[in-house]
Ligand binder design. Structure first.
Ligand SMILES: Cc1cc2nc3c(=O)[nH]c(=O)nc-3n(C[C@H](O)[C@H](O)[C@H](O)COP(=O)(O)OP(=O)(O)OC[C@H]3O[C@@H](n4cnc5c(N)ncnc54)[C@H](O)[C@@H]3O)c2cc1C
Length: 407
């Protein structure tokens, strides 16, 4: 694996991408889960891409070298992320593993866990997912009921998760479960590294309104987890989970998700091609879209500069995600409006066939990674200084909460 230094990193990254992208068809091919029909082929392409990044020193750019990373700064990682936005790298199955699970293992994992799991994750050989949400615990994830009980040197896990993105591709996941129901809900949770191929783990696909099946229900029936797979210490699962979720909100709000719907520039170009750029109502909407894009861009810069100064980004991640979601809604609506009746076509094979699927996909953005309402609560409390939401169950032992006894 070539070793990079900070000097000239961006030039090298851009040159490498410019050479490799046409060779591997990354610029032309869609790389996201939505609309993917041949999943085996999709996963194969993703694994090839991630292995190539690793072999050429572009995986784990800011992660420590002793675990297979490049040991460079977060600045170089951001430079690479921005350069790769010009291409459609087929890396969908790794978004959660490398964006959330890896940073969590690095932050709270033991030395043995980092040695065992980080390198194969970076090489793309082992794919990871995040198993937090349950049917009765989404926004209030600390109210989860999946239960893990210690039996000798193994934990026995029972319960159910839901909305687990990409679990069908995965080998491992980070899962949170209740290990002590006699303390308040945030305190009795433990995070584990879960082998998704272990006996007792059952996946059931969830078909979405846009025809894809990106999520899963995951059931645990007496799943045995070795004690050394506890991540971050018994009872510290809430702290570990907040590390994971902070990474999620920042990445969803700032750079990556911006790619899911067309940009203002794309749509302005399309309006020009159609001879509609003089339409005053359409122009107004396009300007609104452009302004939202600028706002997300500036918030992204603010988050980036906080990270570069060694600070943990604050509520600006929530603000960016909220504006980004509005942007996606408006962009999908405007795209469909410009396509006219052709927007009712179905299938990503044609230019217009994408609109129906995009319109159906966009509402999920206002739920994933924190719903709009929950983000507004965070902004109200942490930016505007409004009173905190009442949390009547915060200090009550979990066992005493109605309907939340755990299994
Ligand atoms: C695309 C996508 C990918 C996802 N991927 C994953 C994944 O990989 N792993 C995983 O664990 N989960 C995943 N999720 C689940 C996601 O985290 C939850 O859907 C989300 O946390 C909301 O939980 P919920 O669906 O249970 O809704 P609920 O929390 O039940 O919310 C229902 C409604 O009540 C509102 N509400 C809830 N609490 C409050 C409050 N305090 N104040 C005001 N309004 C409130 C919400 O805004 C919402 O409108 C994914 C979801 C989506 C859409």
């Amino acid at each position: 694996m070539p070793e990079h230094t900070e000097t000239g990193f961006e030039e090298r990254a851009r040159a490498w991408l410019a050479e490799q992208a046409p060779r591997h068809g990354w610029a032309a091919q869609g790389g996201r889960d939505r609309g993917v029909r041949d999943e085996a082929e999709y996963l194969k392409r993703a694994k090839e891409c991630q292995a190539l990044l690793f072999d050429n020193g572009f995986a784990g750019i800011s992660w420590p070298t002793e675990y297979g990373g490049q040991g460079l700064g977060i600045r170089e990682q951001i430079l690479f992320n921005v350069a790769s936005l010009d291409y459609d790298l087929p890396l969908g199955p790794y978004i959660i593993g490398l964006g959330m699970c890896g940073p969590t293992v690095l932050a709270v994992g033991t030395e043995e866990q980092k040695q065992r799991y980080i390198r194969p994750m970076l090489r793309g050989e082992e794919v990871w997912c995040q198993l937090f949400s349950e049917p009765g615990a989404g926004s209030d994830v600390a109210g989860l009921s999946s239960r893990a009980v210690l039996d000798g040197d193994e934990w026995v896990l029972n319960g159910q998760k839901i909305w687990t993105s990409g679990a069908q591709y995965c080998d491992y996941g980070i899962v949170i479960a209740r290990t002590d129901p006699d303390v308040p809900k945030h305190k009795g949770i433990t995070m584990f590294i879960l082998d998704l191929h272990a006996p007792g783990v059952t996946l059931r696909r969830i078909t979405q309104i846009d025809g894809g099946a990106h999520f899963n229900e995951v059931f645990f029936d007496d799943v045995r987890i070795p004690a050394e797979n506890v991540l971050g210490g018994v009872g510290n699962g809430w702290l570990a989970a907040t590390t994971t979720l902070a990474n999620e909100r920042v990445s969803l709000g700032a750079v990556r998700a911006m790619n899911d719907t067309p940009s203002a520039e794309d749509l302005i170009g399309r309006a020009r091609e159609m001879g509609r750029s003089d339409d005053p109502v359409l122009r107004q909407k396009l300007v609104d879209l452009w302004l939202q894009e600028r706002t997300v861009g500036l918030l992204g810069d603010r988050i980036t500069s906080a990270i570069l100064r060694g600070q943990t980004p604050g509520p600006e991640g929530s603000v960016a995600k909220l504006v980004r979601t509005d942007h996606a809604r408006l962009s999908a609506r405007l795209g469909a409006e410009l396509a006219g009746p052709a927007a009712t076509a179905w299938g990503r094979g044609s230019d217009d066939g994408q609109w129906a699927a995009t319109l159906l996909f966009v509402p999920s953005l206002s739920i994933a990674g924190g719903t709009d309402e929950v983000l507004r609560n965070i902004i109200g409390e942490r930016v505007l200084g409004l009173p905190k939401e009442p949390q009547v169950d915060r200090d009550v032992p979990f066992r005493e909460l109605t309907g939340k006894a755990g299994r």
